[in-house]
Design a protein around this ligand. Structure first.
Ligand SMILES: [Ca+2]
Ligand SMILES: [Ca+2]
Length: 632
């Protein structure tokens, strides 16, 4: 598009929004000053913003430690996390105020569901401005503060970017509706006649603009037929309220690349890219996961990773492994596999077998899963399953082994907010809504401590017992179990980024080793409800297995000269064992690797006679609570 057209549009809206480059603070203030008069004159709302300026890359050094994204993430629905101003809606300030809690839990990254301005007023996937914060969530200044405070705690922040489509209410689509010669017309996908032969999830994805189908509120399959003489059919993979962008029109990609840089320049640590297999369509048959979509995804990954230490994860439900490959997205949610973590916890032997071998390097050699995949137990979408609490009927023993399965495996684990406290879904709500209720902070009836006002949605039915305050106070709680697993992941590089070897399943017992540089850890999970014996093989000859979970460092077993060892496991229990091949005075398993190295150095200098004294010195040098400065 000629630059003059952009300038014309920008000038037309200059009164609604400051378009000259300004500092974060100034922009925050300008938004505030725009919204105030609009409240005074509701009959004349300001024209919607449409900032299409180029955004040159300004990569700055990342404040996060190398490889931070090997730690666990939490997926957060900001609307439901914490309300800071009593309007009943969660917001960015509320999130910033709770970062200490997230740091205490041990998460190293946050994935924020869309926080950009949107038409849906709920989940945020119907974007109306790719460069503005949803007003109810706060301002750009609030966003900048969130990043600063998260980074100070060693936590990275990525956010959803919904690149395939906009909201029908987006000013660009509203411009496109004005006529065929409108400069934004080619930004979307059009046809003069209703295309036939198309079917995406049971419906024809072409909609007659003349019928304003985005205003239809019923079941989309009941949408009235196109009005007679309709000539303006637009394409919407996810329905008429979300028209697809036309990525064959170069300014569209240019705009989105600028918008991706807009947030990266502010210090955002990466993206969760929504629905990337749907970026480009071929025809009525070849509409999903086309080679052009994969190529474009790679281009987006390259843009994001041209900034230091950034992370990308894609939503690609049909072919997740292909998108997890570094040649495409470099990270993708492991749809199609992750349900095995839950089914194993429900006692299904076939799933125990899958969990034990899927990420094993031997399996990978045969084309198996890449360790760049993102694992999880449930998320914000009902198609991925109900909240874990509901899937497991509140069985906390099963809950623990489900969690241990994914948190102790390769990849980047994503905890869905509330999962770590056993939050239940809200019964009686439609579709995905039971999964998206306010976080349970306290036992406060009606609000669960989420807001001082009225929550936008009912709180979880088990908030009285499964809330953060109660869970923190109980050493045996789910929260403290998650915390212990994340502490292990954060101090053991083998668990965070090591390869997975020698996976085995024996009935409902699964075991695997994780290895990184000189560190080797044996994981054992008994998914069954009976006492069971694990028969380990492929250990280093005569290795000692020292307990890291439960914490303590005591020797749990010893391998024979053939590298075999046996260990009894309680019903639905988890053991993490550090494999030590040191002949004597093996270091305590409860200590991080760095401390172990220091201890080994000391031991090397000491005479064998002084073993006892040395162990005491080691204890002093590495107290249990000494967390390493650089998380894994
Ligand atoms: Ca609020
Ligand atoms: Ca598309």
């Amino acid at each position: 598009m000629p630059p003059s057209l952009f300038h014309r549009l920008q000038r037309a809206r200059a009164g609604a929004r400051l378009l000259a480059p300004v500092s974060a603070l100034a922009l925050g203030l300008s938004l505030a000053s725009v919204s105030a008069p609009s409240l005074a004159q509701p009959q004349q709302p300001p024209a919607p913003a449409l900032d299409t300026r180029p955004v040159p890359a300004q990569p700055v050094r990342s404040a996060l430690p190398e490889g931070w994204y090997h730690g666990a993430f939490m997926e957060i629905f900001v609307r439901a996390w914490r309300d800071s101003n009593g309007d009943g809606i969660g917001d960015l300030r509320g999130l910033t105020q709770t970062l200490d809690h997230l740091q205490e839990l041990g998460v190293r990254g946050l994935w924020l569901m869309p926080i950009t301005a949107n038409a849906d007023g709920d989940h945020g996937y119907a974007t109306t401005d790719f460069r503005a914060i949803a007003p109810e969530y706060g301002t750009l200044a609030d966003f900048d503060e969130l990043l600063r405070e998260a980074h100070r705690r060693g936590i990275g922040v990525i956010m959803d970017y919904v690149i395939n489509h906009s909201a029908a209410q987006h000013p660009m689509f509203q411009e496109a509706l004005k006529g065929r010669d409108n400069p934004f017309r080619p930004w979307f996908v059009w046809a003069d006649e209703l295309p036939t032969g198309w079917e995406i999830w049971g419906k024809n994805p072409w909609y007659a603009a003349e019928g304003e189908p985005w205003n239809f509120t019923g079941d989309i399959k009941q949408l009235p037929p196109p009005p007679p003489g309709a000539r303006n059919f637009f394409f919407g993979t996810f329905g008429p309220h979300m028209p697809d962008f036309n990525f064959r029109h170069p300014p569209v990609l240019q705009y989105h690349e600028d918008s991706l840089r807009f947030w990266l320049n502010r210090g955002l640590d990466g993206y969760r890219l929504d629905a990337v297999p749907h970026l480009l369509e071929g025809d009525a048959v070849r509409w999903n996961d086309q080679p052009e979509s994969r190529a474009l995804t790679k281009r987006l990954q390259d843009l994001i990773k041209s900034y230091p230490q950034r992370y990308v994860v894609c939503e690609a439900t049909a072919e997740p492994a292909a998108y997890g490959d570094p040649a495409v997205c470099g990270g993708a949610f492991a749809f199609g596999f992750v349900h095995h973590y839950v089914k194993a916890a429900q006692g299904e032997a076939a799933s125990v077998q899958k969990v034990a071998t899927h990420y094993d390097v031997a399996h990978r050699a045969q084309g198996g899963a890449s360790p760049t995949m993102a694992t999880f137990l449930s998320n914000h979408d009902a198609f991925a399953g109900q909240r874990l609490w509901d899937q497991l009927g509140g069985n906390e023993r099963a809950y623990r082994v489900a969690a241990a399965g994914y948190l102790l495996q390769p990849g980047t684990p994503f905890i869905y907010y509330g999962e770590e406290i056993g939050q239940a879904g809200v019964p009686g709500l439609q579709g995905d809504l039971p999964l998206r209720s306010p976080y349970s902070w306290t036992a406060e009836p009606g609000t669960a401590g989420f807001t001082t006002g009225t929550p936008f949605r009912p709180v979880a039915p088990n908030a009285a017992t499964h809330n953060l305050a109660a869970q923190r106070a109980d050493p045996g709680s789910l929260f403290n179990f998650y915390k212990a697993l994340l502490a292990l992941r954060n101090t053991r590089p083998s668990l965070a980024r090591g390869r997975m070897e020698h996976g085995f399943a024996q009935g409902l017992v699964a075991g695997w080793q994780r290895v990184h540089e000189g560190e080797r850890v044996q994981v054992l999970i008994n998914y069954g409800t009976e006492l069971a014996q694990a028969q380990m093989e492929n250990l280093p000859p005569n290795a000692r297995l020292l307990s890291a979970l439960p914490e303590g460092g005591a020797q749990a077993a010893r391998a024979d000269a053939g590298g075999r060892a046996n260990l009894y496991l309680g019903p639905q229990s988890v053991r993490v064992l550090v494999v030590s091949t040191g002949a004597r005075a093996a270091s305590k398993a409860g200590k991080p690797a760095k401390a172990k190295k220091a201890a080994a150095k000391k031991r090397a200098k000491a005479a064998p006679k002084k073993k006892a004294a040395n162990e005491a010195a080691t204890k002093k040098a590495a107290p249990k609570k000494a967390a390493p400065k650089k998380p894994a």
